[in-house]
Write a protein that binds this ligand. Structure first.
Ligand code: TRP
Length: 350
């Protein structure tokens, strides 16, 4: 990283707020991730100082196959760049490349109480799901997450609803740190685009698209064209609305949502009009045609992302360069925070 860049990071005149988010490297990224998260990251990269990282330490809490984990990490980096994240604008890095996070995690662990950790919703869920592997890493998952955030003194953390409890805990740990050792850590808050956030359901109408479950009803950024077509053609529909201008059932609404995201306004309008003109005896809308059109438009939308991600993933020298660049940026910021943290605690000898 250039000296100029370091100056900007540490300048008291720094105006851009620090945004940070972590991506779990489990499974394949899908359309829900794209429209719910990645597209927003891409929008934020010009407005904020952004840190985005792959949370591979967190993944170890569930004891995955680590060879697969490694491939997933590479894929997630490649896919994020293919979606428009610019490694020159943001710090895109791998958690395990930044040992400073582990040291801050250690200090924060002394400020986290067993009782509150055991009460965390995600921990209770894991205890239910993997009763044979309730390890300490799982219990202190929110502490590691707090370290991820606080190490860059990030204040805005774009995450979904399910992460709000972790954010609240991160604020508690930061407050306790500041109270005990002095004001070093700003309090981070969950951050999303509220009403603008697009929610995408799985194509069979049963809940959200998922990285690992229900793969036939989820559109992945790595899907080939024929697989995209097959999945969309199998999407749940029905015999059509009973009366004109009906409210759409959620699985139909979902198809329209997808169409709005990838088709032209004219195409969308045509199917909207057909839907609104339809009634029990007079079904104007043809869901088969809608799905065929959506499949074409979706295939066209996903193609460049899939191809770019594959190119990057197979270009190991490029991938290595990007990963090193991200690690350098992240470590520069992390070591500054850690210096302040050590000073505050009095862990600065010699
Ligand atoms: N726990 C987050 C999730 O399950 C991933 C994550 C790890 C994260 N560290 C983070 C998110 C820091 C935001 C900030 O999705």
């Amino acid at each position: 990283m250039s000296k100029d860049h370091l100056l900007i990071l540490s300048s008291p005149l720094m105006e851009k707020e620090v945004v940070l988010s972590g991506i779990r490297p489990t499974g394949f990224l899908h359309l829900g991730n794209y429209f719910g998260a990645m597209r927003n990251y891409v929008r934020m990269q010009d407005t904020y100082h952004c840190y985005f990282f792959v949370a591979n330490w967190h993944s170890l809490t569930t004891h995955p196959d680590t060879k697969e984990l490694q491939n997933s990490v590479y894929r997630v980096i490649a896919e994020n760049i293919a979606c428009g994240l610019d490694p020159d604008k943001v710090a895109l890095y791998i958690q395990s490349d930044v040992p400073e996070i582990a040291e801050l995690y250690l200090y924060l662990n002394m400020l986290a109480y067993k009782g509150e950790l055991e009460k965390t919703a995600t921990f209770k869920e894991k205890v239910r799901l993997q009763p044979e592997n309730i390890n300490a890493g799982l219990l202190t998952y929110p502490v590691l997450q707090a370290a991820d955030i606080l190490i860059h003194r990030a204040v805005k953390v774009p995450v979904g609803k399910d992460q709000e409890q972790h954010l609240e805990m991160a604020r508690h740990f930061a407050e306790r740190f500041n109270y005990r050792y002095g004001e070093v850590l700003p309090l981070p808050y969950a951050f999303n685009y509220g009403g603008e956030l697009v929610r995408i359901m799985s194509l069979d109408g049963t809940g959200k698209m998922s990285k690992s479950e229900n793969q036939l009803a989820t559109l992945y950024l790595a899907d080939e064209e024929d697989s995209i077509r097959k999945k969309i053609m199998k999407a749940k529909t029905d015999e059509g609305p009973a009366e004109p201008n009906s409210v759409k059932p959620d699985y139909i609404e979902n198809l329209f949502t997808l169409m709005k995201l990838v088709s032209t306004p004219g195409t969308l309008q045509k199917f909207e009009d057909d839907f609104n003109a339809s009634s029990a005896g007079n079904c104007v809308i043809r869901y088969g045609n809608l799905k065929k059109q959506l499949a074409e438009d979706m295939a066209r939308f996903i193609r460049p992302i899939r191809e770019k991600a594959a190119d990057i993933q197979h270009n190991r020298p490029l991938l290595q360069k990007i990963i090193h660049q991200g690690a350098d940026k992240a470590r520069a910021s992390a070591s500054e925070t850690l210096k302040l943290v050590r000073q505050a605690i009095g862990m600065n000898y010699g």
